[in-house]
Ligand binder design. Structure first.
Ligand code: 5GP
Length: 122
């Protein structure tokens, strides 16, 4: 799947749409989700044009992958989530209902998050 420069996170990266930023470095931008699903719900996105986790893992160089995941770890720590705990999630493709085609991690926290996901029947 080709990267769509018009997706909402590309617009946020270009500064065309505002975001409530919590962290930025050369590898990643993190900001609050516009429709939070937990008391803390932050998105962490790489700065490069990667459609999905698979695209990022396959195409990004090792420094970029490491820098991105280290940035996500910094975000969770700076949000104060290390001690109480938190959840990281990445939706990929149709069955996960990935809405925005720019790879991103969700970081959820601030309360007990319950089960990993609702049980799904195949
Ligand atoms: P996905 O389903 O692709 O994993 O999640 C996309 C997330 O992006 C959703 O949780 C949605 O609320 C969030 N989102 C969509 N548009 C915007 C926006 O313009 N700003 C912010 N901050 N979040 C957005």
């Amino acid at each position: 799947m080709a990267y769509d420069d018009g997706n909402v996170f590309a617009k946020i990266l270009r500064g065309e749409i505002p975001c409530n930023k919590v962290y930025e470095d050369e590898f990643a931008l993190a900001f609050h989700d516009i429709n939070p699903q937990a008391p803390i719900h932050v998105l962490v996105i790489p700065k490069g044009p990667y459609v999905s986790f698979a695209d990022f893992a396959a195409m990004a160089d090792a420094e970029t992958v490491a820098g991105f995941f280290k940035a996500a770890n910094t975000v969770a720590r700076e949000l104060g989530l290390e001690a109480p705990g938190y959840r990281i999630l990445a939706n990929a493709g149709r069955d996960a209902n990935q809405e925005v085609p720019h790879f991103h991690l969700h970081i959820f926290g601030g309360a007990n998050l319950g089960r990993m996901i609702e049980k799904v029947r195949g």
